[in-house]
Design a binder for this molecule. Structure first.
Ligand SMILES: NC(=O)c1ccc[n+]([C@@H]2O[C@H](COP(=O)([O-])OP(=O)(O)OC[C@H]3O[C@@H](n4cnc5c(N)ncnc54)[C@H](OP(=O)(O)O)[C@@H]3O)[C@@H](O)[C@H]2O)c1
Length: 634
């Protein structure tokens, strides 16, 4: 039996660890937003005397659930109950004894619980042992498989009658990202005969968690019970206490955590977020058997957007519906991490970059939809191409919001053109005036007016749902939708203000956004995304332009003495240079420029092709060539 621990595994580990740690280090993870209360609900959590389980238990007592924590060491369990009570004196928390490494103890615990409760609403299989030496359970199974999977398997199956007594029950199994390295060794599940390896044994047990959750979902598909498995992320807990030991160790987060662990690992509070999400979020009510991982996305950081896309691309091979819904409104003159005005940077630029990077996944769907949630405030908007960040004293919170929302509408129009005759349709919309936290920076943040004249979020989501779901818009793209209160149905708005139909500004905004978000347009997917139509038009346009005697130039003019020299030469020769980019490969580019310079001199043409990015010069040149020529013809 081999573990197939190949180079790709090592890269995957390094990549995952780096990714995870960076996300944690920069605090990009977000907390669960559901404020659902669980009054009258019974929650059972295994292994909750410490770590993620203890934090989950505390958080669920705050939501008024009756929480049972099941621990193998009652002393530690009591200490945890006292800790939780000291933080939340009203906590309804009970302690039972459960040792998952003993099937007898599992059966006893079920008996005890059924004597106390008639139903269980949420079961959280959280307990786990990791990376221990080759130990065996009371029943002779390998410790990690026996505890993490087999103990939970038996416990869950015995609890199903009680879960069936709840109106809608959830079984949540805390797995790990390490399951990616797992293999189920069905012919030697205890990894005997010298094949034991702590890491792969843990990975096997965590893969078993995921597969168990999937299989259980299938078997319970006609019942009231849904199942979920998840990874909590890399969390600063006692989990690794057995690494490098021969005897069981107690471990203590507070005393043993070094600086690195404290800085790069999640706190138990953040580590409990995915469990809480699976336990609380109403959106998951109709899902079962899936695996969850909290993605983090901060649209005001282009780095975070790129990271989120990477994470998503690791998890999914296609995206069917992308809803660009996030937004910030009328805030003070703040800046994004990359130095852009906050509302433009978040509402438009962050979504622009996210959408552009997700195009390959969207193109993989049979029929994808991109929905940009704009606002009626776009009516007051104006795109300040020369001062998009509204600097030099012209910043006004409302004006900035209106600009960003107009940008949503124009982006939709422009993208629809570029994705014409593809499988992707794009819609923008006005959800109406909705009572949410969006108004937190305004004087409408609370009060009579908002309570009585704004719509509830449920009604505010209708136009988004219409664009996401309605068959009648399947053949439309690039339009703007809204729902007027007197009209029950959502509808397309054809009569827009001139600014929202200004295709020339839409194109310029596109070019500016490509430059500001520094998208390297170098991949085949990018090329595909613009469609063959653009390529054919561009080639035709190139022939027309060359025949008409225009200079063709590819270059970047703001960096490096070679470019400067080329710029001066070209200007002297009468070329019009109007595009400046920030990213370049000076040496290679210089060679390429020189070549074009010679060719253009020889054929006596005159035009300009801008350039940015640095990865693959040939693709880059091709892409920008097409892009610029496209602007001549559209
Ligand atoms: N920390 C991470 O970075 C991370 C990452 C991915 C997945 N996870 C998963 O998250 C879950 C919680 O881990 P954690 O990080 O919170 O670790 P932790 O602080 O070590 O907590 C593990 C809990 O499981 C209990 N447990 C261990 N063996 C048990 C047994 N035989 N019977 C009953 N309870 C038992 C422990 O009790 P004792 O204190 O008595 O040992 C403890 O309460 C685990 O399933 C783990 O695999 C953690």
């Amino acid at each position: 039996m081999g573990y197939h621990f190949k180079l790709k595994h090592i890269w995957r580990i390094i990549y995952n660890i780096f990714n995870e740690y960076m996300v944690n280090f920069f605090g990009w993870r977000r907390r669960v937003t559901s404020d659902k209360k669980l009054n009258g609900q019974v929650v059972v959590i295994t292994g909750a005397n410490t770590g993620i389980g203890k934090e989950t238990a505390y958080q669920l007592t705050l939501r008024e659930a009756k929480v049972y924590i099941l621990c193998r060491d009652l002393k530690k369990g009591e200490a945890a109950v006292n800790d939780i009570l000291s933080l939340n004196p009203k906590a309804n928390i009970k302690l039972l004894s459960l040792d998952l490494s003993s099937l007898k103890s599992v059966r006893k615990c079920v008996e005890e619980l059924s004597g106390l409760e008639t139903k269980v609403d949420i079961l959280i299989n959280n307990a786990g042992v990791a990376l221990c030496p080759e130990w065996t359970t009371a029943d002779g199974f390998e410790m990690q498989f026996g505890t993490n999977h087999l103990g939970h398997f038996l416990f869950t199956l015995h609890l199903i009658p009680m879960l069936k007594n709840a109106p809608a029950a959830r079984i949540i199994t805390v797995s790990s990202g390490i399951h990616l390295f797992g293999q189920i060794h069905l012919d030697n599940v205890n990894l005997r005969n010298g094949t034991y390896n702590p890491f792969f044994s843990y990975a096997q047990s965590k893969l078993a968690n995921v597969l168990f959750s999937r299989e259980l979902a299938k078997r319970l598909r006609y019942s009231n019970i849904s199942t979920y498995s998840l990874t909590p992320g890399v969390v600063n807990t006692d989990l690794s206490r057995h690494v490098g030991t021969s005897e069981p160790r107690e471990g203590s987060v507070s005393t043993e955590s070094g600086w690195l662990k404290r800085r790069f690992f999640l706190t138990p509070l953040m580590g409990s977020q995915t469990t809480l999400y699976c336990a609380l979020d109403d959106k998951l009510a109709n899902e079962s058997g899936f695996y969850y991982k909290l993605l983090s996305l901060d649209l005001s950081s282009l780095t975070s957007v790129r990271k989120c896309v990477e994470e998503l691309s690791d998890l999914e091979t296609k995206v069917d519906i992308l809803i660009n819904n996030a937004g910030v409104m009328a805030c003070p003159e703040w800046q994004t991490e990359d130095g852009f005005e906050m509302q433009f940077g978040t509402n438009h630029l962050g979504h622009f970059l996210l959408t552009m990077h997700l195009l390959p996944l969207l193109r993989s769907s049979p029929a994808a939809r991109i929905i940009n949630v704009s606002s009626s405030m776009h009516l007051m908007g104006e795109i300040n191409l020369d001062n998009i960040n509204l600097q030099h004293g012209v910043y006004d919170p409302t004006k900035a919001y209106a600009q960003s929302k107009l940008a949503n509408v124009l982006f939709t129009r422009e993208l629809a053109k570029r994705l014409d005759k593809t499988n992707v349709n794009i819609y923008s919309l006005n959800p109406g005036a909705i009572s949410t936290d969006l108004q937190r920076h305004t004087t409408f943040s609370d009060g009579f007016f908002k309570r009585n004249f704004f719509l509830k979020p449920c009604l505010g989501s209708q136009t988004t749902l219409y664009c996401a779901l309605d068959e009648s818009v399947a053949n439309e793209s690039g339009f703007y939708y809204e729902s007027v209160i007197v009209e029950i149905n959502c509808h397309r708005v054809d009569s827009m203000v001139a600014e929202a139909m200004d295709d020339s500004t839409a194109r310029k905004l596109w070019s500016l956004s490509v430059d500001l978000s520094a998208i390297p347009l170098t991949t085949k997917e990018d090329l595909k995304a613009y469609g063959r139509r653009v390529a054919i038009h561009s080639i035709l346009a190139a022939i027309v332009m060359i025949t008409a005697g225009v200079i063709i130039y590819l270059g970047t003019f703001d960096n490096g003495k070679y470019h400067d020299k080329t710029r001066i030469n070209l200007t002297d020769a009468g070329a019009q240079l109007k595009y400046v980019c920030r990213h370049q490969t000076p040496a290679l580019l210089w060679l390429f420029l020189s070549m074009l310079w010679v060719i253009s001199k020889r054929i006596g043409t005159r035009a300009m092709i801008p350039c940015s990015g640095s990865e693959d010069l040939t693709e880059l040149a091709k892409m920008h060539f097409l892009n610029t020529l496209e602007q001549f013809i559209m």
